[in-house]
Ligand binder design. Sequence first.
Ligand code: SF4
Length: 203
Amino acid sequence: MVEKYFLEYCKIRDNIDLKISEILSFYKGDILCKKGCSGCCMAITLFPVEFFAIKQETDKGSLKTLLSPSFTLDSKNTKQNQDCIFLEKSICTIYESRPIICRTQGLPLFYFSDTLEDYTISFCDKNFTSCREDFEFNTEYSIDLDKLNSSLYKLNKEFMKEINLENNMDKRIQISLLLSNNNTSASASDKIDYKSPSLYFNE
Ligand code: SF4
């Protein structure tokens, strides 16, 4: 029953949305992210659990369809540093279902150094432009990136175990594959023959 993992994913996403609205209200006026600004919208990769949850939600194809023999990789949409395939005229076409990373981009994100001795808060430099020099961030109103990543990683780990792919725990899937469908014109090397979900992973 993979659906329970998708529900869990939605819970994580709902909590993040809640946190984001608190942050936006706390830093009212200093966060200038708005519709039409797409500077963060690069081709990204997703944990399989997030990929499949979004795939189901956007109803571009069921899990069964996704895993069909004709599922094809469109390599032109998989290059790094390329605009996201879902960006149209600087607007996200899957906004309601967009991945969690898209929701948090540009906001204050804090994460600890490898030694855990100090932490960094990063944010988009288009935000907080009118703050005083001695402005200090409040970690309570920032996204705890380590905590978020670890909950997604843990959920993905359980999901991969469920579908018997625990050895592929660190594999990620290109967001562009959410749109992939039958494409007989693709070159042989782009074509994915269905054997297992692992065929969708990037090396
Ligand atoms: S899914 Fe939407 S918000 Fe995320 S990178 Fe693509 S266009 Fe941007």
